[in-house]
Design a protein around this ligand. Sequence first.
Ligand code: TMP
Length: 237
Amino acid sequence: MHRDNKVKPLYLMTKRLDLSHNWLPMPFIVFEGLDGSGKSSLMDRLERFLKNQNKVVHRTREPGGTNLGDEIRYLILKNEGTPPCSRAELLLYEASRAQHVDEFIKPRLEKKEWVLSDRFAASSIAFQAGGRAISENDVQALNQFATGGLQPDLTILLDIPVEKALERRERREKTTGVQADRIEKEAFDFHERVRQSFLKQAQADKSRWIVLNAEKTLEQLMLELTYELKEKGWASF
Ligand code: TMP
């Protein structure tokens, strides 16, 4: 028989099944960026937009998203006591992530519901490989282990210069009284390495990442974002 006449296995015929979480039918969207880049405000707006389109949308975050994850979040970000060494810090983020994937994210995607997450595995590449200078291969291997291969369908990077992000955080501290956490208190250079790592990751995977200029207004950002979702066939106007 001619090779082309052979019936292809179904997994080769369906584009959707090329995705890493190949059997999962709904968009898993992740927001990344420096602290102070405005992820929460844009996520609020997108959540409202999608709910107005009658989508079932779940909002979550890392570290966190589960009871165990929230306890781990407290351990990682608290300012008191001896800070974890870099490897312990990475493993804590990965433990939170593994629980998050199994307990929260996958069950919802399986039910055909949307999941919007404030940070995911790319943050470990940016902060622990970029910021802390742990080997990127090691971080990637642990990400793979924690996620079981689950990848976001789209990652939205809110890019902002470090000095602007710092200004916004200082303003937030003054108005809300909420103190910077252990990671936010890192030096300027640390945050610059984090920013560059995010940009490099976005550049390397243009079909799954979009970079938005976080200095634009929320209205402009929403316009650009909803345009992208429409292009992907995930939303209408
Ligand atoms: P958040 O303030 O955006 O909720 O994130 C908590 C902090 O944890 C933030 O400074 C980024 C950092 N972080 C890492 O260093 N590695 C990770 O894998 C994740 C998810 C977050």
